[in-house]
Design a protein around this ligand. Structure first.
Ligand code: DSN
Length: 434
């Protein structure tokens, strides 16, 4: 549709998009943070809404002409609130990192202490990494998993929190295959007087479907991206479970009323950390949240977990070491050290076989972040294409063949053909009604 015009005007960009479409269609996309948004989501994201400035919030804008985008943003907010049973949401963050920046601006002053999940144990860059604003502006301390189990020890986290006395504790991960005990974290936060923040970017879809523990009742604030398991457009969002109880004691100058967190978080998004919201993306978020409210979304998320577990079991039976021994969610993290291959090499040779994964640090890694000892493999994208446990087991077998023969280029090429054949049976974008 739009592509025809693009082809006439800019064949160079058009042809690169065509090539990327073919790449996505022909390879097994197993990066745990990726998914395939529906055509309806992409249509909204590619709409005329990209033309509109709407700084502010619905009915409180700094620009005229917002009568339709106001309704769209309200729809997105209402659908998100209903999906996550939240009292308040802000759907404007351009990304997960932007949502997190607004959380820091609300709850922390530069120099305040954060206790976050160590990036090298599965955490996230924006949870205090020294190369990120969160580690540059704030005094970051970390908790991590146990070497023997790959799991969190909540007593040890409590001890660490008592020692550090953080202003805020963050939960959430980009490479942790297990669920979190939010009640235990809230106990620790209450005992040490810290705010509790969950970044559910990876698992939001599974949480929305009720398949993992729900952070909303326990955490003071929750952030997410909208494009991973949630399967929406690329973007971010902030949620508060119980708005009314939450005040930071900040008094509004004119009314003398104590402001609650949601108001402060709104201001931290705009004007605090962003300018104009991306109304086309907010519309696409509304569409994605509408899809996620359908019962089929729960069926999909159940299949994501089944597929991840089937793949995990197959890898274990083939002699692979999985961090924590398996998975509760959408991903597996393989420690390749017993296979004599690095994450970097694994990513490269699997790529030759048309299987896309990313190299990933494993807890207590002995390699650098550019090399790593592990790979992270996720189920959301290929589950969206309709694959089930049989196909995920088959993909694990294909991956094993490649990883067991790192020098055998002929085998990599042959495997690529097998992957393409598999992908042809599950064509991309046959999966949703448009
Ligand atoms: N880059 C994302 C991921 O791959 O998990 C996290 O932001």
């Amino acid at each position: 549709m739009i592509n025809n015009r693009l082809n006439e005007q800019d064949p160079e960009v058009f042809s690169l998009i065509e090539k990327e479409t073919d790449r996505q269609n022909q390879n097994a996309e197993m990066i745990a943070s990726e998914n395939f948004a529906s055509k309806a989501v992409m249509e909204a994201a590619g709409s005329v809404l990209t033309n509109k400035y709407a700084e502010g919030l619905p009915s409180k804008r700094y620009y005229g002409g917002c009568k339709f985008v106001d309704v769209i943003e309200d729809l997105a907010r209402d659908r998100a609130k209903s999906l996550f049973k939240a009292d308040w949401v802000n759907v404007q963050p351009h990304s997960g990192a932007q949502a997190n920046a607004a959380v820091y601006l609300t709850f922390m002053k530069p120099g305040d202490k954060l206790l976050g999940f160590d990036l090298s144990h599965g955490g996230h860059l924006t949870h205090g990494s020294p190369v990120n604003f969160s580690g540059i502006l704030y005094d970051a301390h970390f908790y991590g998993v146990e070497e023997s189990t790959g799991r969190l020890d909540y007593d040890k986290i409590r001890d660490k929190a008592k020692k550090v006395k953080p202003k805020m504790i963050s939960i959430g991960a980009s490479a942790h295959p297990r669920d979190f005990d939010y009640e235990a974290f809230r106990d620790i936060a209450d005992e040490t007087g810290a705010f509790l923040w969950m970044d559910m970017a990876h698992t939001a879809g599974l949480i929305a479907a009720g398949l993992l523990n729900d952070p909303l009742p326990w955490c003071h604030v929750v952030t997410t991206t909208t494009h991973k398991t949630l399967r929406g457009p690329r973007g971010g969002m902030i949620l508060v479970g119980k708005d009314k109880e939450n005040t930071l004691g900040v008094v509004a100058p004119k009314s003398g009323r104590t402001k609650n967190w949601s108001e402060l978080l709104d201001s931290a998004v705009f004007p605090g950390t962003q300018g104009g919201p991306l109304m086309h993306i907010i519309a696409a978020k509304a569409v994605a949240f509408g899809e996620a409210l359908n019962p089929e979304f729960v069926t999909y998320q159940k299949q994501v977990i089944k597929n991840a577990k089937a793949m995990a079991d197959k890898f274990v039976s083939l002699g692979y070491n999985l961090v924590s021994g398996g998975t509760d969610n959408h991903l597996v993290l393989i420690d390749l050290r017993n296979k004599g291959i690095t994450g970097k090499t694994a990513e490269a040779i699997l790529g030759k076989a048309e299987i896309t994964v990313n190299k990933n640090m494993v807890p207590f890694d002995t390699e650098s972040p550019f090399v790593t000892s592990g790979i992270r493999i996720g189920a959301p994208a290929m589950t969206t294409r309709g694959m089930g446990t049989e196909e995920f087991e088959y993909l694990a077998v294909l991956m094993d063949k490649v990883l067991s023969n790192p020098e055998n280029n002929d085998l990599h090429v042959k495997t690529a053909e097998e992957v393409k054949e598999l992908c042809q049976r599950f064509p991309l974008y046959n999966f949703v009604t448009v």
